[in-house]
Write a protein that binds this ligand. Sequence first.
Ligand code: HEC
Ligand code: HEC
Length: 351
Amino acid sequence: MKLRIALLACGLALSVATIAIGSQSTADSPYWTITDNVLERPEGYRKWVFVGEPVTPNDMNGGAAPFPEFHTVYIDPESYDHYASTGEFRDGTILIKELVSVGSKEAVSGNGYFMGEFIGLEATIKSSRHFPDEPGNWAYFSFTNAGGPTNPTAEPFPTASCNSCHQLSAADDFVFTQYYPVLRAAKGSGPVAEAPQDPWQPTAPTPATSDGLPVSEAALFEYLQDGGYGDFEAKESRTHPGRGPHTSVTSPVRVFYNDILASSMEANNAEHPRGASAVKEMFTADGQPQGWAVMVKTHDETDEGRGWYWYEVTSDTDSSALAANGNGVPGCIACHSFRDQDLILSGFPLR
Ligand code: HEC
Ligand code: HEC
């Protein structure tokens, strides 16, 4: 089951990017400068401490990995020393990941992935003074500018875009140390002991039926292929760029509510009744169908998302291309808890 929920970090201006930060400018760290909520692109990070090199090649990720290809990850040297001696990320820590394309797949040494050109730059900073309200005090920034030189400045992303995934899946204080042997060795924690929680697995049983859309995988896929949801009265009139990284941010999406959900949204209910259902059609950047995301309320109580059935398939022909299927999927809930109406993000009425 491959996760296609993707995050495109290509310098796109997410209009909701507002994280309140404490002060005007900073001397919290010699390694980064934030002024009026804006981080200057750090310099000199290639001389910091190298921590790891994950690779998500485009050719293993449907042609467009969320963070394309090689990720060279660095930590500032003072925070490395602090981590090595205390096992903790200090206030002021910055980690950078520099994205490099796959230049070729064969060399005189053999077949593989060989580094090509610099294509992007992402950063995360822990600062209780600047990000008092962010989980773990971590904020996330992207200087990546698809197809061009990296941007000189960046604003923090909304919590739901970056932080919640790190919170759910990273092994140590929001940092993916399970992929950074250098940091594990520094801390003396040895190999990764326990696998972190897989945020795309259900955490509650799904009942056999709901009063809304089918909640069994095969019946639901058939229903979606037949397109019956197109008859719902509450629907968006056309596609719009998605704000959530379902396939990749800004790819077109179109949302539909069944009657139960539409009347409950209209009534402004804090919890939608059993049977409330939403479908989100997803398309590639050039408008080809790319599957569906579905939510069905299987219980009257929301129960922190366990009362919802969550389903996402990233193909309209291959029912096995599942990103999620079941009740209480934490990866879906994390984002959907962000300024929601019982975990529904598209508001009412749909336009
Ligand atoms: C779907 C989950 C997911 C989302 C969403 C996500 N990341 Fe990450 N991030 C990862 C994983 C996994 C790694 C470690 C392996 C790697 O580099 O791919 C990582 C590593 C990083 C690192 C290196 C330091 C660290 O914390 O491990 C930075 C910097 C980073 N991400 C920035 C971002 C930014 C900026 C965003 C939002 C635009 C973001 N991430 C959103 C999964 C995610
Ligand atoms: C990183 C954030 C994020 C994650 C993770 C996420 N979503 Fe969403 N989702 C959104 C946003 C934002 C919208 C609003 C429509 C849009 O702009 O894309 C949305 C819309 C939807 C809708 C239409 C109803 C609504 O709430 O507006 C469904 C159905 C849906 N998502 C299902 C899922 C499922 C199933 C998962 C887990 C596999 C999931 N989502 C994971 C951000 C996210």
